[in-house]
Design a protein around this ligand. Structure first.
Ligand SMILES: NC(=O)c1ccc[n+]([C@@H]2O[C@H](COP(=O)([O-])OP(=O)(O)OC[C@H]3O[C@@H](n4cnc5c(N)ncnc54)[C@H](O)[C@@H]3O)[C@@H](O)[C@H]2O)c1
Length: 320
């Protein structure tokens, strides 16, 4: 069976690797793929890359037919910074692109459709005093969140109205070895881990969220794979996170434990403007993820840092 994965970035490539390990044939559909990055993540697993735009509906449909696609994982989108800078194109790619993939999927009569949704759809400023369930009040505070919420609502409507078999995992910030870093959480983790993995001292000099929930990309990939395979799910929108909050000093201390001799400092001005920033007040509840998908994260923070650092060292020996 063949999965079309739109986008070939951080989540897409790692999900592709997990799905390939489960026996699927992988076709990436990305407007500007980095072949070297995809090769690096996929290691020696087979895959096909198609250079294509989710806004190009005829090409999308032609690709689905030509590659004999049976299911779809939709990851292509504009991420928060780019969405803020380019709201018009972000709306087209993120919302219209989602509708295109849903339409293509419906017209081709495919199986499962997985939409990579986000914590950004919630009003995270509301502290209910308990872990964030899927009934956390909705209320994006970024343009990106508005677009992703629109995409999710539309996708879930396609499920009800047209029978498209949609699953919508809502991810907290995901980190891991990327080709670029498009979310605040991924940037902070990259700063803390990538330099020290290569023996370099780092100074964090840009503002960041002091308290955040981070999910290692291999856990995110596992969740996408489970969403792709689950039969007759009782729920379709599901929080996927690590279930824990970490402060920046926690993360740095853990990196220092995992990478002995790591030198990481936070610039005092960056700390002054970041120490009170809390991205979320509560971690995700994983109750629904466990019940519907049998998902629990496999990586502790320590294990994820060790794996990430090993991959950084490997990349340094085989430059992209
Ligand atoms: N990274 C996170 O922390 C996070 C958290 C929650 C949800 N998500 C969601 O997961 C998905 C993937 O995020 P990521 O971090 O892997 O992003 P990424 O930036 O690494 O990858 C996105 C890919 O989409 C491609 N793309 C952009 N416009 C396109 C178009 N018009 N047609 C085809 N491809 C196009 C880009 O070239 C890029 O390779 C997104 O939908 C995002 O909203 C990510």
């Amino acid at each position: 069976m063949t999965v079309l994965i739109t986008g070939a970035g951080l989540l897409a490539t790692h999900a592709g690797k997990a799905l390939a390990d489960g026996g699927e044939r992988i076709v990436y559909y990305d407007v500007a793929p980095s072949e070297a990055y995809v090769r690096q993540v996929m290691d020696d697993r087979p895959y096909t890359i198609v250079r294509g735009d989710v806004l190009d509906m005829p090409h999308l449909m032609h690709t689905i037919a030509r590659e004999k696609v049976t299911g779809l994982v939709h990851s292509a989108a504009f991420l928060p910074e780019t969405a803020r800078e380019r709201p018009f194109m972000a709306t087209r790619v993120t919302v219209e692109g989602t509708v295109n993939t849903l339409e293509a999927h419906r017209l081709a009569g495919l199986g499962r459709y997985v939409l990579c949704s986000t914590i950004g759809i919630y009003d995270a400023s509301v502290d209910t005093g308990r872990a964030m369930e899927e009934d956390q009040p909705i209320g994006p505070d970024s343009f990106y969140g508005c677009l992703k919420l629109s995409s999710e609502v539309i996708a879930l409507h396609y499920q009800k109205a047209y029978g498209v078999d949609v699953m919508a995992p809502r991810f907290c910030p995901v980190y891991g070895l990327g080709q670029w870093y498009s979310s605040g959480g991924a940037i902070f983790m990259a700063r803390c881990i990538e330099g020290p993995a290569l023996g370099r001292a780092v100074v964090i000099d840009k503002p960041f969220s002091n308290v955040n929930q981070y999910l290692y990309v291999l856990d995110a990939a596992q969740a996408i794979e489970r969403c792709y395979r689950v039969r007759d799910p009782a729920e379709r929108a599901i929080n996927i996170g690590s279930g824990a909050l970490h402060s920046a000093p926690d993360v740095i201390e853990t990196v220092k434990k995992v990478i002995p001799g790591a030198r990481i400092d936070i610039d005092p001005a960056a700390w002054a403007s970041s120490k009170d920033r809390v991205f979320v007040r509560q971690p995700f509840s994983l109750a629904r993820a466990r019940a519907v998908l049998g998902f629990t994260p496999a990586f502790t923070l320590e294990a994820a840092i060790a794996d990430y650092a090993a991959k950084v060292r490997r990349r340094a020996q085989q430059p992209v």
